[in-house]
Design a protein around this ligand. Structure first.
Ligand code: ATP
Length: 777
């Protein structure tokens, strides 16, 4: 043992921060590592990686390596974890942790960021609580001297939750869970095609021993016929229940049956429910006699590159983890970094770990209400959403009294966005479950205005469930979407039509035009009594520029398409290596898509309409690129990306900027422009857009329903009778249109006045090493 080479601690608040991944790998872990390393370096700290999880910490030596800026280049798009992970038996025992502590001190490391599941974070917490006694023992056993350990009396640990199961209490999402869900939904979508062709049933087993999040969300996203999750086992008569629902769906004309089962599924007595049992039941000749197959998805669920959400979640949480280290005092309880709805927060690690373990205990003790209660509200919301959208018209007890039943019009306004159909399907299912009549207005207000002319059956007609049931995963807009707003169609005519069709409520799905349309209808209430009905808007646009929400459905699908596009294009440069791509993104006058995509792909610069582009800014960025290529050691073989929003400048566009770069580069590197265009609207909507669409759409109809009995006068006087639903910070809220229109809307620029994501732009710049470029005045 050579205990004398401990480096002294760094001066001031600077720290030596080590990053480690542990437990099962999950997509996005590399993004977290990149963010931690680069943020640490940017804040003047030294950065280290511990390879192979706790095993590396116990072994020390070459498992603990100092990291530099360029070491993590290109890591955002890589799947798994490049610093390795392992299950380490030694760390469960104190002697293992003693070795780990010694290695930490020998390397002068005084802060550890650990990305892993609840096991890894339990280990981390134990390590920190034992830290003083471990140091004491190291000195007593003469493995280290008192002088050596003195500067390291306080260890700070920060947890990042990396797990595909999404099984950690206190956070809505773990790094990797949406990528895994994406993989599952992709597989189910494939299977559905063959199931439909052969009129087959498929039993699909997904991961989740104690946590049914993947199974539940896959059920919501794909509209599966039946799901089994550990937290909420079906009633003892689950066999009859499943067969009744499947039989009913078949009677309605469905040609495919999909049952999703979490690997930890069991009945209320704790008896395991296996895919084989389910298959035998569906295939039973005396019963449904369905041609049934089993598909176990297994490790494909872990695999592949992370989706956009996991990349920027990992990035933002990695940045926050370093901030938490630097803010920590000796007495700060160990935090982990969570996300609730749209807000990144620090929470006490011990509590979350305890709550997580409680779920498993509650399941074991068959206290399922408690198990569900320990999951966040979102989980039960999704469970209720799932139940609402699959048991349509089977259970009459959920229907409201006849006099309370409403005729609810559903209209799509704007341009297609992923999740619009899923939202519509959920709204229709909810209406049917409650006994309301959901009515489709085809092709937006333009179609409405021509209500008898262009559609063979008219553009206004009740939804047919069999038709709608297949929409869970469909892109585009099945009832047609149009940008026209009511004033363009003719307010008198639209008001007459509202009266003619006797609508009791209006559900609008769409982007900024939809917001504008609702604003017009609300204002016109004074003149037209037929508009004095409850109305609500579900924001859906790839641009994510609707005031009143931080998230519009469709924006996640768009980001995923852009990330895929950028990865492909970046990779295409691997032969030549020295190439910059200038990629034009959509997004209207909002730089959201460009910025979040920039965060997810590690763009060297992002140009947004909010900030604009100036010649000095371009000059500085070109100088930066010259220096990047001059210092490029060549170990990374992918190109560099610049993202520019389509409306960032009236003069500088992707082509012009690419030309300027090429001219200035003088053959030292190349540049190209590229415009993905409508690819950004996406083919198949992402699971996040689909599932959120379902949850929010159901809330919207519930909201309309809550105002169903109000008089015209009450509606006119109630601000909540015209609302926009939104995710704001950590909450889902309905905001009165009047207030949002008047206080929060930048009408000329068609975007919210204060865009929540503005600070994220600085994160893109920091993590790509962009210098402090001059900003336009
Ligand atoms: P996953 O969600 O993929 O299961 P996890 O982090 O929960 O991830 P585990 O295998 O439970 O995975 O834990 C990973 C490692 O963390 C273990 O191999 C062990 O080294 C350490 N660890 C887990 N639990 C403890 C504990 N109670 N005490 C000390 N170390 C632990």
């Amino acid at each position: 043992m050579a205990p004398h080479q401990t480096p002294p601690p760094l001066s001031g608040k600077r720290r030596r921060i080590a990053m480690m991944t542990s437990g099962g790998d999950s997509p996005g872990m590399n993004g977290a590592t990149r963010a931690v390393i680069r943020t640490a370096l940017e804040r003047g700290c030294e950065a280290y990686c511990v390879y192979e999880g706790y095993e590396g910490l116990v072994q020390g030596g070459n498992f603990i390596r100092k990291m530099e800026w360029s070491d993590v280049r290109g890591w955002l798009s890589e799947g798994g974890t490049l610093i390795g992970t392992a299950r380490c038996m030694a760390f469960y025992e104190r002697p293992g942790r003693l070795k780990a502590a010694r290695n930490m001190v020998l390397n002068g490391i005084d802060a550890l960021v650990i990305c892993g599941g609840d096991g890894s974070l339990t280990g981390a917490d134990k390590f920190r609580s034992e830290w003083p006694s471990l140091l004491k023992e190291l000195v007593e056993t003469k493995q280290l001297t008192a002088e050596q350990v003195e500067p390291f009396k306080h260890l700070n640990i920060v947890g990042l939750v990396g797990s595909i199961d999404n099984d950690m209490s206190g956070t809505d999402a773990t790094i990797g869970c949406f990528s895994a869900l994406g993989r599952i939904c992709e597989m189910v979508d494939y299977i559905e095609a063959t199931a439909s062709s052969h009129s087959r049933a498929f039993v699909i087993e997904v991961m989740g021993r104690h946590c049914g999040w993947l199974a539940l969300m896959a059920g919501v996203a794909t509209g599966a016929d039946f799901i089994f999750i550990p937290e909420k086992p079906r009633a003892d008569r689950w066999r009859e229940e499943m067969c009744t629902i499947v039989a009913r769906h078949r009677q309605l004309g469905k040609r495919k049956t999909i049952v999703i089962v979490a690997e930890g599924a069991h009945d209320q007595q704790g008896n395991k429910i296996t895919p084989e049992q389910i298959k035998n039941l569906l295939a039973d000749k005396q019963g449904l006699a369905l041609d049934t197959r089993i598909t176990t998805l297994g490790h494909v669920q872990r695999g592949g590159s992370a989706c956009a959400y996991d990349r920027y979640l990992a990035t933002l949480q990695g940045v926050e983890a370093v901030n938490a280290v630097l803010d920590a005092t000796p007495t700060t309880p160990t935090p982990f970094i969570a996300i609730n709805e749209n807000k990144i927060t620090r929470k006490p690690l011990v509590q979350a770990v305890e709550d997580t373990k409680e779920v498993a205990k509650a399941i074991e003790a068959r206290d399922f209400d408690r198990a569900m209660g320990l999951r966040d509200t979102e989980f039960s919301d999704f469970y209720n959403s799932y139940m609402t959208t699959t048991t349509t018209d089977i259970d009459d007890s959920k229907k409201v009294a006849l006099e309370k039943r409403m005729r609810i019009a559903i209209i799509h306004v704007g341009a297609p966005a992923g999740g619009v159909n899923a939202a519509t399907r959920a709204a229709v299912a909810y209406c049917l479950t409650r006994g309301h009549t959901p009515i489709a207005i085809h092709n937006g207000f333009a179609g409405f205005a021509r209500h008898h002319d262009d559609e063979p059956q008219g553009s206004v007609r009740p939804f047919d469930w069999l038709e709608v049931d297949g929409w869970a995963s469909k892109g585009g807009s099945e009832i047609g979407m149009n940008r026209e707003i009511p004033s363009e169609s003719g307010m008198d005519l639209i008001a007459d039509l509202f009266k003619l069709y006797k609508f009791d409520g209006l559900f609008i799905i769409g982007g900024f035009e939809a917001f504008h349309a609702l604003s017009q209808l609300r204002r016109a209430r004074e003149q037209y009594p037929s508009f004095r009905i409850p109305m609500t808007l579900l924001p859906a646009t790839i641009s994510n520029n609707v005031p009143g929400t931080e998230y519009s459905i469709g924006s996640d699908t768009c980001l995923n398409e852009l990330v895929r596009y950028c990865d492909t294009i970046k990779q295409s440069a691997s032969a030549s290596r020295r190439r910059v791509f200038v990629i034009e993104t959509q997004g209207g006058r909002s730089g959201y898509i460009a910025t979040l995509a920039g965060l997810s792909v590690g763009a060297v610069a992002v140009y947004t309409p909010e900030e604009g582009i100036s010649i000095s800014m371009l000059a500085a960025d070109i100088e930066h690129l010259k220096s990047v290529f001059a210092h490029d050691s060549g170990q990374s073989r992918a190109g560099r990306l610049i993202l520019i929003n389509e409306k960032a400048s009236k003069v500088y566009n992707a082509k012009l900027i690419a030309d300027m770069i090429r001219e200035e580069a003088r053959d030292r590197f190349e540049s190209r422009d590229s415009i993905p265009g409508h690819v950004q609207q996406g083919g198949v909507p992402s699971p996040m857009d689909r599932t959120r669409a379902v949850r929010l759409a159901i809330k919207c109809i519930e909201h309309l329903e809550s105002l169903g009995q109000a008089s015209e006068e009450e509606i006119s006087n109630n601000l909540m009778s015209a609302t926009v639903i939104g995710i704001r910070g950590a909450k889902v809220v309905f905001s009165p249109m009047k207030e949002v229109e008047e206080n929060e809307t930048d009408w000329p620029n068609r975007r919210p006045k204060n865009e929540f994501w503005t600070p994220l732009k600085a994160v893109v710049d920091t993590l790509s090493g962009r210098p402090n470029v001059p900003r336009p005045e």
